[in-house]
Design a protein around this ligand. Structure first.
Ligand code: SAH
Length: 261
């Protein structure tokens, strides 16, 4: 799926998500760097370094930089949860980023709002062919068939959680150092960023580091909330019951598809 062989860095946003990956990497060995534990091992026969991102853009940038420099990763997969902003982006859906932007970057009037000083752009894009292949693999991984029979997803009972069959969206993810939990803030984001699908706190930082190093990356987000006043409700249950399982299923699907290509 990720086009070239080589070591892959898998960044998880939450400890529960990292643990579900580590449960599938019995040979993983810990390596301490920058106050973080990097787990070096194998998943689906691939050379993997799995690590907790820590929350926020700077933390995610540090984690990504270590993966690319000290750990020599040649590709990055980020998996985490996010707030849904797109009208049809529901809790339990997945968003694959085809563009990422820092919604709290504003160096105006020196640079246009959102523009990354020095880069001359506000949005960063993973390679289009890679994004298309990732969307296909994730749709397959979360298909009704996979949800009924497949390993990590076999006991995800969507109906009992009030969720429906996940839809896989592709589009803009906005990142910032803010947990968005007010409808008014969502309206502001949608107003300034038409078409934005999801908001979170790390993806665009990972994208910027990968852009600087010229390394391909994928940002996958399972929608945990609608970024409004109900954003915190049942978050732990959702993470355990759904997001962790999706994270492992999606990452395994990407690695398998890569092997098959
Ligand atoms: N503090 C919570 C979890 C942190 S939520 C707990 O442990 O109980 C913040 C994480 O979820 C970040 O990694 C962020 O990227 C993502 N996220 C999910 N919903 C979000 C929202 N509405 N706004 C911003 N980030 C969100």
């Amino acid at each position: 799926m990720l086009s070239t062989p080589g070591r892959i860095g898998v960044i998880a946003a939450l400890p529960e998500e990292l643990q579900s990956l580590l449960d599938a990497m019995p040979d993983a060995e810990p390596l301490q760097r920058a106050g973080r534990t990097f787990w070096v091992g194998h998943l689906q026969g691939r050379d993997i370094v799995a690590v907790l991102s820590r929350i926020g853009k700077v933390a995610a940038a540090t984690t990504t930089t270590v993966l690319l420099t000290e750990m020599a990763c040649q590709q990055i997969i980020f998996t985490g949860v996010a707030g849904g902003l797109g009208a049809d982006v529901r809790v339990g859906d997945v968003v694959v980023a085809d563009a990422l932007l820092q919604h709290d970057m504003d160096a105006s009037p020196l640079f246009p709002r959102y523009e990354l000083p020095g880069l001359g752009v506000s949005r960063l894009h993973p390679p289009a062919d890679l994004t298309a292949r990732v969307v296909g693999a994730v749709r397959e991984a979360l298909s009704p068939h996979a949800l009924s029979v497949n390993g990590p997803l076999r006991d995800v009972h969507l109906a009992t959680l009030g969720l429906s069959q996940p839809r896989v969206h592709q589009g803009l993810i906005a990142s910032g150092d803010q947990f968005v939990s007010a409808a008014a803030d969502c309206d502001t984001l949608r107003h300034h960023l038409p078409g934005v699908l999801a908001v979170e706190m790390e993806g665009a930082a990972v994208a910027q580091v990968c852009h600087d190093f010229g390394v391909p990356y994928v940002v996958l987000r399972t929608i945990s909330d609608r970024a409004d006043e109900s954003a915190h409700i049942d978050f732990p249950r959702f993470v355990q019951a759904v997001a962790c399982r999706y994270a492992l299923a999606m990452v395994e699907a990407l690695l398998q598809a890569d092997r098959g290509s």
